[in-house]
Design a protein around this ligand. Sequence first.
Ligand code: FCB
Length: 443
Amino acid sequence: MTRRFPEGFLWGAATASYQIEGAVAEDGRSESVWDRFCRIPGRVLNGDTGDVACDHYHRWRDDIRIMEDLGLSAYRFSVAWPRVVPQGRGPVNQAGLDFYDRLVDGLLEAGIEPFLTLFHWDLPQCLEDEGGWRVRGTAHAFADYAAAVESRLGDRVRHWLTLNEPWVVAHLGHRTGQHAPGLVGSGAELDVVHHQLLGHGLASQALRAGHSGHEVGIALNLEPRIPRSDHPLDRDAAALEEGLMNRWFLDPLFSGRYPDDLLAIAGWPASAVTEGDLEIIGRPPDSIGLNYYRTEVVGHPGLRDCDRPPPLQDPAAEVTEMGWPVTPEGLGAMLRMLEGYGARAVYVTENGAAYPDTIRGGDRVEDEDRRSYLERHLVEAAKAIDDGVPLRGYFAWTLLDNFEWGFGYSRRFGLVHVDHATQRRTPKASAYWYRDVIARNAV
Ligand code: FCB
């Protein structure tokens, strides 16, 4: 069955600065936490770094041409804070902004709508040295940086996303240590969330004080959690995890409060919260970006399998190369949840999958698994629109195979294959399929 998308639906792909740009020491860019993290032995697979990445900083014109060939109507990218404000706060480096200025003009000339993310994890290392997101000052520095970007690009960029996945920065960066800054069990996780949300609120104010007509949002990774069985302990465990991933962010953003039930369980003293913070955070965003990859089944760790009633659901039979279950229905569930919060406009700002793609015959990459993943998720997106979810666009993660954080270059999420030795770009079969979806505005 063919499912059509509404007229004007935006079709895009997403990337992030540290994952594709390279040129880490050019035109005044300073060190970011990811530059530092990559140099700690054993933290990133194969010792990979973003030093060169996809060399997009020099090849952006070619990359826009690829987007044009695919027929993209939108492109989500992020700005590197260390390029624009190398000292984290204070003087603005116009040479760093020049790059994004040219990129935005190039996109607009190609008829591609820019979606700009201000923070996709590459915090200036100098701010980390002062406490990073564990301290409040970073939220204020972020708002000043947002204002600097807005004053240069706000006459042409209409769609803004403040932060990408604050949960990941807090959880993987400050609890498990899998991401920069690599802190294990810092205990600061919820302070880090709060300061990021405050940064979002302050940056939103700064953006709205600039040119008029901006749509200001935030990109969140939201995921359903399904209890392993009907046992009350499993149900509670799943509800708690889901609450901490989803409601902990959505409640303050949409209603200016952290969820009372979770506050009681989390044991967070909330000393980071100052009077007035939640009003700043809780002015609802104009848009929500949903980054969706998977749904996980959760069981209570103390419960033995023999004490559990039968599983509620068979575990997803299919996983991607990340080991992430393929669970398209979860996308629909999260979209409907956002509608329940009263979200005015929603974009799927990331969705995609890693598979071990290989080039055949020099120029063919047959990634049927990725095509099928994307197609099944788009069907769920279309159903959600039919149900009334104000979904305005979809961004595949990602345009180019790139630096996949702790996994380095070993995981390929791109629609376009990149030979990391030569920088040769080769659209995969999924890219040609996506081009057809875009052309037909239907899946
Ligand atoms: C998301 C990140 C993105 C990419 C995908 C696979 O969590 O936002 O940069 O790494 O996962």
